[in-house]
Write a protein that binds this ligand. Structure first.
Ligand code: DX5
Ligand code: ZN
Length: 220
């Protein structure tokens, strides 16, 4: 299991401190939530912050685009230093084009599915994917409750991927905690995004929170 802490719950005034604490806790991925106020009802951060993060870290920047028609900005986000770029299946009529744009730029391509979106949304683009991100909350905000239906979706996705014989990572995002991460990993998730569970109780607890999440995943 790879933990991908969502920086949405970090302290934006002390972002590089939090990134250093995550690195010291042996974290490999950083999840960056980009929201445009149109695809989701919230606005967060964009290209300059990805660029700034790239300057201070060599960790994998796992950038989650919750923006309408992401193909308009794929080039910018790739140049800013993203390593994995995930677009939502619901955000563009040209998903295959968006995914191939990401790969052409030498980055890993992900597709995210909202809780109500069926797996059939990605079945025709398996050749273009490095990762599928199953949303276990409706995107837009950190700190929401995990929607348990996501577990069946992860299992079905794992079957779909195994049958295809392709190497595509399954990621889960939203409401992941030390209590449910075991079930999530058991269902087949390899990348677990966690925002509030990573940063809860202040920055001094980051290492502890990361260890708790990883231990619970390992025990599953
Ligand atoms: C939700 C974002 C998530 C979010 C996760 O729209 O995509 O990455 O920050 O936060 P938690 O772990 O608090 O649900
Ligand atoms: Zn996210």
């Amino acid at each position: 299991m790879i933990l991908s802490p969502s920086l949405l719950s970090a302290d934006f005034v002390n972002l590089s401190r939090d990134v250093e604490l995550l690195k010291a806790a042996n974290v490999k991925y950083l999840h960056v939530d980009v929201m445009d106020g149109i695809f989701v009802p919230n606005i967060t951060i964009g290209i300059p912050v990805v660029k700034a993060l790239r300057r201070v870290t060599d960790l994998t920047l796992d950038v989650h685009l919750m923006i309408d028609r992401p193909e308009r900005y794929i080039d910018d986000f790739c140049k800013a230093g993203s390593d994995i770029l995930t677009v939502h299946t619901e955000s563009t009529p040209h998903l295959q084009r968006a995914l191939s744009m990401i790969r052409e730029r030498g980055k890993k391509a992900g597709a995210a599915l909202n809780p109500s979106t069926p797996l059939s949304a990605i079945e025709n683009v398996l050749d273009d994917l490095d990762m599928v991100l199953i949303m276990s909350v409706n995107p837009g905000f950190g700190g929401q409750k995990f929607i348990p239906q996501a577990l069946n979706k992860i299992k079905a996705l794992k079957e779909m991927i195994d049958e295809s014989g392709k190497s595509i990572a399954i990621a889960v995002d939203g409401g992941v905690t030390a209590e449910n991460i075991g079930q999530i990993v058991k269902a087949g998730a390899e990348v677990c995004v966690a925002g509030s569970a990573t940063f809860r109780d202040g920055y001094k607890m980051i290492a502890n929170n990361v260890a708790m999440l990883e231990d619970s995943a390992r025990r599953a």
